[in-house]
Design a protein around this ligand. Structure first.
Ligand code: PHE
Length: 355
């Protein structure tokens, strides 16, 4: 029996076979275990002889199993090391590396610039409710501004309306037409003082060289006590100087109208034509110069502040909304917005945005 067991252990070619040997000898139903159990029924004289023999057998078997196990494990390690050996002399295959899309780069830059001014980044959903995208921003259902937004409405919202189940505050029924609903979500969620920017995708049914159905905006919102138009102008000037990396940025605030700001201003930056190229900087009124609209802004309308549950007598603020794609085009001298979203690697390479 002893020889038989030791031969089987030596012949085990894997850990599983070895474990089977162990169970058949030392397991609960194992043959050595059965022998050990017979000791109880023996006379003391017999036990004196058989005891050491059976214990010796048990030890011999356990030792053989432990040794075989160590040998098998060492062999497995050897085999793995051999199979995983790397040939360091093989030539390296070049893997083309991706780069960050210009729009994403500009978004990162904006987050950095505004972080220095104490703004954090806020986000909101691209699929919005009527209330967040329009009503809370002082654009009630019949307001002509809704028509100006060329909104993409969602079938689920249209269906809910048909069933009489639509709720303007909770039924997600459209693709947001601007990042301004993030103003609402932020004021509902956070206590003032608030200083955020909200970059992201926005949607309007519109397409030509300077409009794509999906585009990007960055919203800015400050809510605090005693905020004035002066704070707005300084913030925009500081932001645009940092973004265009020039100190001679000149802004022109043109009176305008947005339902959610009062007063409202559209903001132009001056540029000059230099060697056939539009270069941002200097007054647009200088010879050969011009003005380029870059954003909409204004003092947050008291009705908007109130819609978010804040007291407009206590809290004031400013907001602005800026087209990110436009900013990228101006900085990198690109002229067709649609190319931004074609995913054409040659175009990205041309502007140095792909390896
Ligand atoms: N939401 C406006 C737009 O898309 C821009 C804007 C934002 C204007 C904030 C004023 C204040 O045109």
């Amino acid at each position: 029996m002893r020889e038989h067991m030791l031969t089987a252990i030596a012949a085990a070619t894997g850990l599983e076979a070895l474990e089977a040997c162990r169970v058949s000898a030392l397991g609960k139903q194992g043959s050595v275990t059965a022998l050990l159990k017979t000791l109880g029924g023996m006379s003391p004289e017999q036990r004196l002889v058989e005891g050491p023999r059976i214990q010796g057998l048990r030890e011999a078997v356990s030792t053989a199993i432990a040794e075989r196990k160590a040998a098998l494990e060492a062999a497995a390690l050897e085999a793995r090391l051999a199979s995983e050996r790397l040939d360091m002399t093989l030539p390296v295959e070049a893997v083309p590396a991706g780069t960050v899309h210009p729009v994403s780069q500009v978004m990162d830059e904006l987050a950095e610039i505004f972080a220095d001014l104490g703004f954090s980044v806020a986000t909101g959903p691209e699929i919005e409710t009527d209330w967040h995208n329009f009503t809370a921003l002082n654009i009630p259902a019949s307001h002509p501004a809704r028509a100006m937004h060329d909104t993409f409405y969602l079938q689920q919202g249209i269906d809910a309306k048909a069933r009489g189940e639509a709720d303007e505050k909770t039924t997600f029924s459209l693709l947001r037409t601007h990042t301004s609903p993030v103003q609402i979500r932020t004021m509902l969620k956070d206590k003032p003082p608030i200083r955020i920017i909200a970059p992201g995708r926005t949607y309007r049914s519109d397409s030509d060289a300077t409009h794509t159905p999906m585009f990007h905006q960055v919203e800015g919102l400050v809510i605090d006590k005693g905020i004035t138009l002066g704070h707005l102008k300084w913030t925009l000037e500081t932001f645009l100087k940092a973004y265009f990396e020039r100190d001679d940025i000149v802004l022109r605030l043109r009176p305008s109208y947005f339902p959610f700001t009062e007063p409202s201003a559209e903001v132009d930056v001056g540029y000059t034509w230099t060697r056939g190229k539009r270069v941002i900087g200097g007054s647009g009124d200088a010879p050969g110069g011009g003005w380029m609209e870059v954003l909409g802004s204004g003092m947050v309308h008291p009705k908007v502040i109130a819609a978010c549950g804040l007291d407009p007598a206590e809290w004031q603020g400013f907001a602005f909304g800026c087209g990110i794609d436009r900013l990228a085009m101006l900085k990198y001298g690109m002229d067709d917005l649609r190319a931004f979203f074609d995913g054409d690697i040659r175009w990205l390479k041309h502007y140095g945005f792909a390896a």
